[in-house]
Design a protein around this ligand. Structure first.
Ligand SMILES: Cc1cc2nc3c(=O)[nH]c(=O)nc-3n(C[C@H](O)[C@H](O)[C@H](O)COP(=O)(O)OP(=O)(O)OC[C@H]3O[C@@H](n4cnc5c(N)ncnc54)[C@H](O)[C@@H]3O)c2cc1C
Length: 439
C-alpha cells in the first residue's frame, strides 16, 4: 500500500527555481507572503547554470545579462557582490570567408563588393518603396525593412538556423524589440566602413566572473529555503491542490515557471478547448557543444554569427572572453550552437566543427580541441507561429480562473531575457499578493 499523503497548506506555491521562480520567491518574502519554492532538479538555475568540467566552466550557451531596469540592476549587483565583470559587446559575423561587425545590416563594409552592393541596393529599394501591407510574417518583415540582399545573405538563413523553422512560419509580432532596425544613414555608413554607432538591445552586459550560474546560486542562498528535487505529480486546478510524492499541498495561488505545456499536462483536468489550445504550443529544442581548447581563442570576440549553410553551427561564443576565470590559464572554453535538431553523430561532427573553427581562425589547428561535450536544451525557442496568439487567448483566462500565474520565458511562453525573468518574478509576486488580498 502506498504511504498516505500528508496534507499541508501554504498561501503560495512557486514552481521552478530558475530566475523567474527565485525572483518571485524573494519578492514574496519582501512582501511578507508565506510561500514554498519547489524545484524539480537537484540544483537551482534552470537555463541559467554553469557546469565545471576538467577546469573549464560552461554555461548553457551564451548567457549575458542586459540590465535596463535600475531596481533590478541594483538587486542583481547586490546578490552577486563584487564578483562581476561589465563588458561591451564585441560580436561579429562570419560569412563569405570574412568577418564583419554585428549587426549585419549596418556593417556590410568588408564583404565581397558584389554582396555589399546587393545588400545596399536592396535596402534602398525597400526603403524607398511605397508603403504596402503590414508584414504578416518574419520573412516579409525582413524583406520590407532590410530588402532582398540583406534578407538573402543574413536575415533569412541565420534566423532559419537559429529558430529551427523558416521565418515564414513566424509572425512578425515579436520582431520589433529584438531585431535592430537600421536607419538609412547607418546602412550607408556601414557600407563604406564609417559605422560608429552600436545598434541593438544588447550592447553592454554584466557577467558573473565565474559564470551565469553564480546568479541563481546567490539568489537561492539569499532565499535559503529552496526545496530541491521536488515537483508535483499532479495539480488539481479547481480544488487548488498540488500533489507531491509524499504530500498534498493546498494553495491560494500558484506561481509556475515550468514550461507551459508541461504545467498544463500535469493538471488533473483541462477543459477541451484548453487542451486543444495547449496542443498548438510549439517550441524548438537545440543541441550545442561545450568545447575546450588547449590554447586561447585567437579571435578576440565574444560571439560569432554564422549564417551560411555549409557550417554545422549558427553561432559560436567564447566564455573565456566574457571572463578569463572560465578556463584554466592559457586555455579557452567555447559554445558551439548546432543547426541540426537531430542528435548528431559526434565522430562525424567534431572533426567538421574543428575544421570550421580552424578555417575561421579561432584555433591554429583542429588538434587544439581538447574535448567537445554534446548538450541538449529541450525548451529553447518558443515559436511565434500563426496559432500562437489564439492559443494563448484560450489558455490565459483558464489559468487566471484557476489562480495560476504562469510566468517566465517558458511559463508565459514567450521570447525574453534573464532580466525579463527577474521582472516577471517580481510581477508574479505582486499578482499573487493581490489575489490573497482579494480572498
Ligand atoms: C540558447 C539560449 C540562450 C540564451 N541567452 C540569453 C542571454 O544571453 N541573455 C539573457 O538575458 N537571456 C538569455 N536566454 C534566456 C534565459 O535563459 C531565460 O530567459 C531565463 O533563464 C528563463 O528563466 P525562467 O526561470 O523563466 O525559466 P527556466 O530557466 O527554464 O527555469 C524554470 C525552472 O523550473 C523548473 N521546473 C520545470 N518544471 C517544474 C515542475 N513541474 N516543478 C518544479 N520545477 C520545475 C526547471 O527545472 C527550471 O529550474 C537564453 C536562452 C536560451 C535557450
Amino acid at each position: 500500500m502506498p504511504a498516505p499523503l500528508t496534507p499541508s497548506k501554504t498561501p503560495v506555491v512557486v514552481l521552478g527555481a530558475g530566475l523567474t521562480g527565485l525572483s518571485a520567491a524573494l519578492h514574496l518574502r519582501d512582501l511578507a507572503v508565506e510561500h514554498r519554492l519547489l524545484e524539480k532538479l537537484p540544483h537551482p538555475g534552470g537555463h541559467a547554470i554553469t557546469v565545471e568540467d576538467s577546469g573549464f566552466r560552461f554555461d548553457r550557451t551564451g548567457h549575458l545579462l542586459h540590465l535596463r531596469d535600475p531596481e533590478m540592476r541594483a538587486r542583481v549587483l547586490g546578490w552577486l557582490g563584487e564578483d562581476v565583470v561589465e563588458v561591451e559587446r564585441n560580436s561579429v559575423i562570419w560569412s563569405n570567408g570574412v568577418y564583419t561587425a554585428y549587426p549585419f545590416q549596418a556593417n556590410t563594409f568588408g564583404l565581397p563588393p558584389e554582396v555589399a552592393y546587393e545588400c545596399v541596393m536592396g535596402f534602398l529599394r525597400a526603403h524607398y518603396a511605397p508603403p504596402g501591407a503590414e508584414p504578416k510574417n518574419f520573412e516579409e518583415f525582413c524583406l520590407t525593412h532590410f530588402g532582398e540582399g540583406i534578407s538573402r545573405h543574413f536575415m533569412i538563413p541565420y534566423n532559419s538556423r537559429l529558430w529551427g523553422v523558416h521565418p515564414r512560419e513566424i509572425t512578425s509580432a515579436w520582431c520589433q524589440r529584438f531585431v535592430p532596425l537600421p536607419k538609412l544613414e547607418d546602412v550607408i555608413a556601414g557600407a563604406v566602413g564609417a559605422s560608429e554607432r552600436k545598434l541593438g538591445y544588447n550592447t553592454h552586459f554584466v557577467y558573473p566572473r565565474l559564470g551565469i550560474g553564480e546568479l541563481p546560486l546567490a539568489m537561492a542562498r539569499e532565499h535559503g529555503r529552496v526545496e530541491l528535487s521536488r515537483s508535483p505529480r499532479s495539480i488539481d486546478p479547481s480544488r487548488r491542490l498540488v500533489t507531491l510524492d509524499d504530500e498534498v499541498v493546498q494553495f491560494d495561488a500558484l506561481i509556475s515557471s515550468a514550461p507551459l505545456p508541461s504545467l498544463l499536462a500535469s493538471f488533473t483536468e483541462l477543459p477541451p478547448p484548453v487542451a486543444e489550445a495547449a496542443s498548438k504550443l510549439r517550441c524548438t529544442h537545440l543541441y550545442y557543444l561545450d568545447v575546450a581548447l588547449d590554447a586561447p581563442c585567437a579571435q578576440p570576440v565574444h560571439w560569432i554569427y554564422v549564417p551560411e549553410e555549409k557550417y554545422p553551427f549558427y553561432r559560436v561564443g567564447c566564455y573565456s572572453h566574457f571572463s578569463a576565470a572560465m578556463a584554466p590559464p592559457g586555455k579557452a572554453g567555447l559554445y558551439v550552437e548546432l543547426t541540426d535538431r537531430q542528435e548528431p553523430d559526434l565522430t562525424r561532427l567534431v572533426p567538421e566543427v574543428a575544421a570550421a573553427l580552424t578555417e575561421m581562425g579561432l584555433v591554429s589547428a583542429p588538434s587544439a580541441l581538447l574535448f567537445a561535450r554534446l548538450r541538449r536544451i529541450d525548451f529553447a525557442y518558443v515559436i511565434f507561429d500563426h496559432d500562437y496568439f489564439a492559443a494563448l487567448d484560450v489558455i490565459r483566462p483558464f489559468l487566471e480562473r484557476s489562480r495560476v500565474i504562469s510566468a517566465g520565458r517558458y511559463g508565459a511562453w514567450n521570447y525574453s531575457s534573464m532580466e525579463d525573468a527577474l521582472i516577471f518574478g517580481r510581477e508574479a509576486a505582486a499578482t499573487a499578493r493581490a489575489l490573497l488580498d482579494q480572498s
